[in-house]
Design a protein around this ligand. Structure first.
Ligand SMILES: NC(=O)c1ccc[n+]([C@@H]2O[C@H](COP(=O)([O-])OP(=O)(O)OC[C@H]3O[C@@H](n4cnc5c(N)ncnc54)[C@H](O)[C@@H]3O)[C@@H](O)[C@H]2O)c1
Length: 348
């Protein structure tokens, strides 16, 4: 049985990937701080859960591992700007250190899920060979992680970079700070869809099931096809201008709930806009996206309707990291003798 080490395993993508790996016969070592809750992964016989910081890993955790999928990250632009130092440490330095540990431990395969956001702003459709244009800390840290992990590849250490489009769809660690998910929630729950100005920006999208299907496929692909390679992951069919995507989702949800849905514009005009070619991943790996925005939107509405899903601050990455940081300070300032109201009563 092959064993896969997944970092960031309790995250939006990780909590979909881990059960899929288990269902496909892999054993999984799941590493995460579990900032978004430890209940996102169900216990299973071949699942080993390790609560640890990705900046404190050691060779012990890489023993008997056949592949690493290094999902861990501070995972969006606004969080990257606010927690800049941590973003560089976790997204760049930490992931390079993980790749080095994997290589030194004889792990044959390392996969880095990066982001199409490193294209930043582009006038033409770009492929993997085009110059990048990272506009944020998050995108720059991803680019550095790509460069420094790819340098490590050798015949017996395969490194593959996935530049993923913006992901959407349901996950046990739900994120409503992602475009399609947030639009769907606003339209359904408030009859008001939030839309980032000015709506002309292009953004490729990728369903979380398609993203994780590809990761599984990579585990079975011979290294000669993927070692040292970068793949854009997404599809032309799911590349949208945010304005028309918002209108499409507003109309769809309005039809489902039989009520009008308004559009509420927010923010300064978004300077990130990119159209990306996905022909390399389709040609080389025979992978194709199976989901589109409409199907993903219907899936989320179903979950919201069933009462199994809600928008809490835990589902908004930036809000949650800010809250954790604020509570950390408050708790540290009032905690005594190991507690707040209930304290450790020994040694009085
Ligand atoms: N979701 C998207 O739209 C998208 C798009 C492109 C690329 N990506 C990339 O995919 C990866 C996963 O994204 P996601 O959406 O699942 O993000 P996420 O925020 O849901 O998951 C990240 C996980 O990492 C954990 N984590 C953060 N810092 C840690 C640390 N120092 N030590 C241990 N655990 C830590 C968090 O607890 C969380 O569970 C990221 O690298 C992200 O940049 C995501």
């Amino acid at each position: 049985m092959k064993r896969v080490l997944v970092t960031g395993a309790g995250g939006y993508i990780g909590s979909v990937l881990v059960p899929k790996l288990l269902a496909n016969g892999y054993a999984v070592r799941a590493i995460d701080r579990f900032f978004f809750g430890s209940n996102v992964l169900e216990k299973a016989p071949n699942l080993e859960i390790i609560q640890e910081d990705s900046r404190r890993l050691s060779s012990r955790q890489f023993r008997d591992i056949d592949a690493v999928i290094d999902l861990v990250a501070i995972s969006n632009d606004p969080s990257g700007e606010l927690f800049e130092a941590a973003t560089w440490q976790i997204n760049h330095e930490g992931r390079v250190a993980t790749a080095k540990l994997a290589k030194a431990s004889g792990v044959p395969r390392y996969i880095l899920p990066s982001s199409c956001s490193i294209y930043g702003f582009q006038k033409e459709v770009v492929d993997e060979t085009a110059p990048t244009n990272p506009l944020t800390v998050y995108a720059r840290a991803n680019e550095r992680a790509e460069i420094d992990t790819l340098k490590l590849c050798e015949d017996d250490f395969s490194v593959t970079v996935l530049r993923q489009a913006t992901v959407f769809g349901f996950s046990p660690r739900m994120r409503f700070d992602l475009a399609i998910n947030g639009m769907t929630y606003g339209a359904f729950a408030n009859r008001c869809l939030p839309l980032m100005r000015d709506g002309t920006q292009y953004r490729p999208m990728l369903h979380v099931q398609d993203a994780t299907d590809l990761m599984l496929k990579l585990l079975e692909t011979k290294p000669s096809l993927i070692n040292g390679e970068i793949f854009n992951v997404g599809s032309t069919a799911n590349t949208y201008q945010l304005g028309s995507l918002g209108k499409e989702i507003a109309e769809l949800v309005s039809e489902i709930i039989d009520s009008p849905v308004d559009i509420e514009w927010y923010g300064e005009p978004d300077h990130r806009s990119y159209q990306v070619s996905f022909s390399k991943v389709e040609r080389t790996l025979g992978w194709q996206a199976r989901w589109n925005a409409e199907k993903g939107c219907r899936e989320i509405v179903e979950k919201l309707r069933s009462g199994h899903l809600n928008r809490t601050s835990q589902t908004i990455t930036l809000d949650w990291y800010q809250q954790l940081s604020q509570w950390h300070q408050i708790i540290r300032s009032v905690e005594m003798y190991g507690g707040i109201l209930d304290i450790d009563r020994g040694n009085q």
